[in-house]
Every structure is written in structure tokens, then in C-alpha cells.
Write a protein that binds this ligand. Structure first.
Ligand code: NI
Ligand code: MN
Length: 224
């Protein structure tokens, strides 16, 4: 299973036939690795409705026919915009042809560009025999360990940029709580307020946790 970092918090998971797209913020993203019209996902998953996460969801979904999965208030807005959307809430698991996704808590705020208030989530994704945890935008909080208590996490996609989320230091503690096999940092260096040192994060992860950190440039792929 391939995990392609598309820039900021956007990732594409693929197994050769199915493609799962998360938080496709590409238009207006100075670090975008691809244009929105290059993607043909099977499903689009959203952590929350901030502009840097909902991104090009409506355009990609309408062109490709891919359904979306998002927390209920956000799913309702997508439905009004003509997107087929599944509408779980926190704690809910959605079964899909290719696996499942569970919405778990994240400590953050969110209003969409259109004004819909929505509660941010993390996403635990089971795909191609692997469990991937996209933390979404979040501060550090101790219940992260409960997420990993239920599902052994193979790959954690962790925000490290600070300012809008936890910074790289709190992200190390988050990784200690989650105990994944592999960590891929995201949500940094896209804009000046979230500039940080990903190589220093990698060094801290590998000296103080059992995880391996993989720093991807936008466009690069990690095979899990
Ligand atoms: Ni956000
Ligand atoms: Mn964000």
C-alpha cells in the first residue's frame, strides 16, 4: 500500500486499484504536489471543514463521482453541494468497499468557508491490510492513547507545524501515546506561521519513541 504525500495535510492512499484521498487541499496550496484535476479517488475522507482540508473536495467528487466521508454537519454541506456524502459522527465507523474509516476526537475548531460549524476529527483508516491514523488538526491530548488501544496503528500522519495545531515537540508526546510503527509528519512549512524543522522531529521521534519517522517531500510516496 502506497501513501503519497500531496502537500500540507493531503494524502493519497493507494493499492493499485483503489485510491483513498484525505483532505485534498490543492488549489491555493503553495506546496501542492498535484493539481486537483489529476486525481481520481475511490473515496474522499475529510478530517474537518477548514479551507486547508476541505480544499478541492467538491470539484474532485463531482468530476470523479467519488463519495465523501465527513462528520455530519460537514457531510450535510457537501450533500447540498451535490456530493454523495456519508455522515458519521465521532466514534462512528463507516464500512466501505475497500475497508473502513472511524472518526475519532481531535482538539481543534472548525468552520467551513461557507460558514458551517463542524467538529474536527481524526481518521482511523483500515485499508489494504494496514491501519493508518490521520490525526487531523489537533492539540496534544491524552485520549490519543485510547485510539491506539483499540487499533494497533501502522502509520500515523501527524501535524507538527504548531500555531494552528500542536508543534513538533508535543507531536513527539502524541507519538509516544499512539505508538505507531511509522510516523509521517504533515501540516508544516506550507505557510510562514507553521514553519518547523521536520528533520529535528524525526531525530526526536527516533531517539525517544519506538517509531520510525519518514519525512516526505510533497509528491513523495512511502510504501507501507
Ligand atoms: Ni484546521
Ligand atoms: Mn489545518
Amino acid at each position: 500500500m502506497d501513501i503519497r504525500f500531496l502537500g500540507h495535510a493531503a494524502f493519497e492512499l493507494s493499492d493499485g486499484s483503489t485510491s483513498v484521498l484525505v483532505d485534498p487541499f490543492l488549489s491555493g496550496n503553495p506546496k501542492a504536489a498535484v493539481a486537483a484535476d489529476e486525481l481520481n479517488p475511490s473515496t474522499i475522507l475529510l478530517t474537518h471543514g477548514h479551507a486547508d482540508h476541505i480544499g478541492d473536495t467538491v470539484d474532485i467528487a463531482k468530476r470523479s463521482g467519488a463519495p465523501a466521508v465527513a462528520i455530519v454537519e460537514l457531510a450535510n454541506e457537501l450533500s447540498e453541494d451535490g456530493v454523495e456524502a456519508s455522515d458519521p459522527n465521532l466514534g462512528g465507523t463507516v464500512e466501505l468497499d475497500w475497508g473502513w474509516v472511524r472518526l475519532v476526537p481531535a482538539w481543534h475548531t472548525s468552520t467551513t468557508p461557507k460558514g458551517t460549524v463542524n467538529t474536527p476529527a481524526g481518521l482511523v483508516i483500515n485499508f489494504a491490510g494496514k491501519t493508518i491514523y490521520h490525526l487531523g488538526d489537533t492539540a496534544l491530548f491524552s485520549d490519543l492513547q485510547l485510539v491506539a488501544q483499540r487499533d494497533q496503528i501502522d502509520v500515523a500522519l501527524v501535524c507538527i507545524g504548531g500555531h494552528y495545531t500542536m508543534d513538533r515537540h508535543d507531536a513527539v508526546t502524541a507519538v509516544e501515546l499512539i505508538a505507531p510503527t511509522t510516523v509521517i509528519p504533515c501540516h508544516y512549512n506550507t505557510f510562514p506561521p507553521i514553519e518547523t524543522d521536520a528533520e529535528a522531529f524525526k531525530a526526536d521521534i527516533e531517539s525517544s519513541t519506538g517509531a520510525t519517522a519518514v519525512v516526505l517531500e510533497p509528491g513523495e510516496t512511502h510504501s507501507a
